[in-house]
Design a protein around this ligand. Structure first.
Ligand code: CA
Ligand code: CA
Length: 587
């Protein structure tokens, strides 16, 4: 399906210049300002440019459609596993590899590094130039916030698309994006695209003139707000976190009414982002084709899926079916911003839920664990909250695919949260990199970048711009404290690569209370004990070994951190420094 825009497109005849291309049907809309053309390709179609002629009662025109054979699929569309570590970058804020695109001619006044909500000049070339840094750190899978064309003065973040088939000119162009993907593949690294089928930006040309009258849920003048009419008090409990999140409970609740759900799935996010009418099959087709196009063009391994609960589940089922028909291993990871695992797990695919729908989603970011880690480290909550989050893994078909994280672009930097500290930041890294799942890190946390709420949590990576006073990409440019943290994170990432138990080992709780949480990651060949002490004071714990994965261990070797273990009789006497994580190998 091709969507053309123009004038007077009420065609009476449409035909293309190749016998392998058949025009199945056409539909003109909006007084001829749009034309949908459904094409069918024969099996012998070859690379080239299709030219299709359109005839109307008032004249003729034509359009060209480039087609190409698929590139070799080796090393593409792999999906992900716990062998991978995701690293989230906001391209505008990481590194400026091309100062000539800082303020594209069509967006005058958009670039101003002194304004936190303006474009700052970072781009795709800047990321390409820093692949060696990412390799040196030890991450292998990049999630970039949306690279689609936005352009409006404050849309540096990418979530306000004005063209779903173009790279934003501040960031580069499609060739530059493909080059980034290719460079990453050469380094055996992966690339995830941030897909946003829920909405486009308020300045998308569709808003003034939608291709179909029901292209969006509502119109710019008349639409629902995405805020749910039911607040947390509906379920008799107060909002459990200080961080805003819509109560998605009604979407997972078999007893909720359509009225309780409708604002969430059909409302305009924040009351301003035009909400795609994904129930219209033509809109669904457009969005599915668009996602396939990006995956194919760049050879992507996966998609991070924005605002997942805000889109109807039947759409997600179709969208995944469309993608997986071509890319059976493609990974999709959904944003379900909720502290409640009964809510986050509901959206994961792999099984039908009470509505008869399997969303198809590979996995979700582990928001419940995120809230637990923040509450424990910064908020002084009991360390046992971590065990409590993990206990609920039973809700997920594949808990080993969950993506634990302690920061992203929507929450304050860990080190800047009240009650946090550099030591706590390092504990957060160590937990996320040793608990089960596929970890996700946020750019700059490895050098303790600070920042409060959005957009302060999206500062420029120091050294990414010519003339920056500091260069955090180089050891020589880091402060001693930053270097200490960077080295520790690098070490944790290396240990993850070296020890299969940290990637795939079965996880056992072995001790948990208000101050400490201890767990073992076990494979057939290896047992690793991870000791997290959240108290500022050192402490000693005595754990019986019987009927635990520590059974019969005769000695331990510290591979990270300063905890010590003495094995006396059938007991392990574990001493952990204050505010620390340690990893010990048991044999
Ligand atoms: Ca630039
Ligand atoms: Ca929606």
């Amino acid at each position: 399906m091709v969507l053309l825009s123009g004038h007077g497109l009420q065609v009476t005849k449409a035909a293309c210049n190749l016998p392998e291309v058949i025009v199945e049907r056409t539909q003109a809309t909006q007084g001829g300002d749009y034309l949908f053309v459904w094409l069918k390709f024969g099996p012998h179609l070859r690379s080239g440019t299709i030219v299709c002629h359109l005839a109307t009662n008032n004249g003729e025109t034509s359009f060209e459609l480039p087609v190409s054979n698929r590139e070799a699929t080796a090393q593409r569309f792999h999906g992900f596993s716990s062998d991978d570590v995701l690293y989230l970058i906001m391209p505008d804020r990481f590194a400026n590899g091309d100062p000539t695109n800082d303020e594209p001619a069509e967006f005058p006044g958009s670039h101003d590094r002194s304004k936190p909500r303006s474009w700052h000049g970072g781009d795709l070339r800047g990321i390409r130039e820093h692949i060696p840094y990412l390799k040196e750190l030890g991450v292998n899978t990049l999630w970039l916030t949306p690279v689609v064309k936005n352009g409006a003065e404050q849309d540096y973040h990418g979530y306000g698309a004005v063209d779903l088939y173009a790279v934003d000119p501040h960031l580069g162009n499609l060739e530059e994006y493909k080059a980034l993907a290719s460079d990453l593949r050469q380094q055996r690294m992966k690339l995830f695209f941030d897909a946003v089928p829920n909405h486009v930006g308020p300045r998308h040309p569709w808003v003034a003139e939608p291709p179909l009258p029901d292209w969006f849920h509502g119109t710019a003048r008349s639409h629902l707000d995405s805020s749910s009419p039911t607040r947390n008090s509906f379920y008799g409990k107060p909002a459990p976190t200080g961080i805003f999140n819509d109560p998605f409970g009604v979407l997972a609740d078999p007893h909720a009414t359509a009225a309780m759900r409708r604002n969430l799935t059909e409302g305009w996010l924040f009351g301003i982002l035009p909400d795609m009418n994904t129930e219209n099959p033509v809109v669904a087709k457009y969005l599915i084709q668009n996602s396939i196009w990006w995956v194919e063009m760049a050879g992507l391994d996966g998609l991070r899926v924005d605002t997942f609960p805000y889109v109807s589940r039947s759409f997600w089922q179709q969208w995944h079916a469309g993608l997986r028909r071509i890319y059976p291993n493609l990974a999709t990871i959904g944003e379900v911003f909720s502290p409640d695992p009964t809510v986050t797990s509901f959206f994961v695919g792999g099984r039908k839920q009470w509505d008869g729908i399997d969303s198809g989603l590979t996995t979700v970011f582990d928001y419940p664990l995120f809230f637990a880690i923040r509450d424990v480290l910064a908020g002084g909550a009991p360390a046992g909250r971590i065990a409590n989050a993990l206990r609920q893994d039973t809700l997920y078909p594949h808990p080993e695919r969950l993506a634990p994280f302690f920061a992203n672009h929507d929450v304050p930097r860990m080190v800047s949260e009240a009650g946090s500290s550099p030591e706590k930041l390092l504990c957060a890294f160590a937990l996320v990199l040793t608990l089960r799942g596929i970890p996700q890190l946020y750019y700059g946390d490895e050098i303790a970048m600070s920042g409060g709420n959005d957009p302060d949590n999206r500062r420029d990576f120091p050294g990414g711009w010519p003339g920056d006073a500091q260069n955090g990409f180089l050891e020589s440019g880091r402060t001693p404290e930053q270097q200490k943290l960077f080295s520790a994170v690098q070490r944790l990432l290396a240990l993850r690569r070296e020890h299969a138990a940290l990637r795939t080992g079965k996880l056992f709780h072995v001790f948990s209370d208000d101050d400490s949480y201890l767990f073992v990651r076990q494979t057939e060949d290896e047992r690793l004990l991870v000791v997290f002490n959240n108290s500022t004071k050192p402490r000693t714990m005595v754990l019986p070994q019987a009927n635990t994965p520590m059974e019969d261990a005769l000695r331990s070797t510290a591979i990270y951190g300063d905890a010590t273990v003495q094995i006396i009789g059938k007991e392990m006497r574990i001493t952990a420094p204050g505010q620390s994580v340690s990893i010990l190998s048991l044999d």
